[in-house]
Design a protein around this ligand. Structure first.
Ligand SMILES: [Mn+2]
Length: 351
């Protein structure tokens, strides 16, 4: 297990020097942020990022994300250019020593929450998703603001995107994903890079837009689209675990035994019967997921990929990017370390 930590580049209020002080930290998960989605990353920007990360004593081996242009997801005629650009990014990153590239295939919106700072019993705040509130939101009202979502869309652009997706149902999205994978996976294989698709978060349709990276059946289908170790999963426990319909332990066992998980996102989430959920501390008792069981399964299957604490709560008065403060993610990392060291020292587990 190679412990890693997401860093949003030089503008991130969390400094690399602080991340380095988290015990057992191996690598930084980051991206080039000065280029619009779909364009080629300059070699200079990649080299500068690598130099900064390595100067802090950390490895530059994981990118999250190289965004997939909407024209690829929509299957527009212009996708050829964007897929060629994507392959060029894979080649350049592979040359720079990157071994894993995380991406997602969610139409328009990335991870979706209705609240960025829901107060918890201990005074911490966390990201939350209220199912009934989401139903009442109109993304075209111009008043929607969601974390992780590119808020640079203008109202008219968003309307045009929704109209374009009216012709793309789940089956069409699968076709477009297959086309994309056949375009980029050979480039990833040649570059020594493993692509890791992040599940849709939450793992169900929102705003009438199709979402397909959601369940075991669909992850099976994704892996079958291109049978290669370079076609892998960023197995996010909080995303897949937001759906009570997912047997997370069975899934993590199956896909890690297959060697198809190059990247783990590990965090806890508390589910409610109506489909709402909120992010919690990593410690198992605070959420609906059993962290020890998840790590035991990975350990038993010899997991040697990258793992990061995913989102954290805001604690100790910290302010910053919701979900991406230093303190609670560092606590999460320490917790994951503790479980992993215990498994290392106590030997084979019954997970
Ligand atoms: Mn995640």
């Amino acid at each position: 297990m190679k412990l890693s930590f997401r860093w949003y580049g030089p503008d991130d209020p969390v400094a690399l020097e602080k991340i380095r002080q988290i015990p057992n930290m191996h690598s930084i998960v980051t991206a080039v942020y000065d280029v619009p989605p779909g364009e080629v990353w300059s070699r200079e920007s990649i080299a500068a990022l690598k130099a900064q990360v390595e100067a802090a004593g950390l490895a530059f081996e994981v990118i999250e994300s190289v965004p997939v242009h909407e024209d690829i997801k929509l299957g527009r005629p212009t996708r050829g250019r964007y897929i060629a650009n994507y392959c060029e990014n894979i080649r350049r990153l592979g040359e720079a020593g990157v071994r894993c590239i995380c991406y997602n295939f969610m139409p328009v919106f990335d991870w979706t929450r209705t609240e960025l700072a829901k107060r918890q019993a201990d005074g911490a705040t966390a990201l939350a998703y209220d199912a009934s509130r989401l139903e009442g939101l109109d993304p075209l009202s111009g008043e929607l603001s969601l974390p992780g979502w590119d808020s640079s869309y203008k109202k008219e652009e968003l309307r045009a995107l929704f109209e374009a997706y009216a012709g793309v149902d789940a089956e069409r999205l699968w076709e477009n994903l297959g086309y994309f994978l056949h375009g980029v996976i050979p480039a990833a294989e040649a570059a020594g890079v493993r692509m890791a698709i992040h599940p849709d978060d939450p793992p169900w349709e929102i705003f009438g837009l199709p979402r397909i990276i959601t369940t075991e059946e669909n992850l099976d289908r994704l892996l079958r689209l291109y049978d290669s170790p370079s076609n892998g999963l960023a197995f996010c426990t909080g995303s897949l675990g937001a759906g009570a319909f997912n047997d997370l332990y069975h899934m993590v066992d199956k896909y890690s035994a297959m060697g198809r998980i190059p990247f783990m996102h590990v965090r806890n989430v508390r589910r409610y019967p109506d489909g709402s959920f909120e992010e919690t501390a990593h410690y198992s008792a605070y959420g609906s997921l059993d962290m020890v069981r998840i790590l035991s399964i990975l350990h038993r299957n010899g997991f040697d990929g990258y793992m990061r604490p995913d989102h954290g709560r805001m604690i100790w008065g910290e302010s910053g990017r919701p979900g991406y403060g230093l303190y609670d993610r560092a606590l999460g990392a320490a917790y994951l370390n503790g479980i992993w060291e215990t498994l290392d020292k106590l030997g084979p587990s019954r997970g």
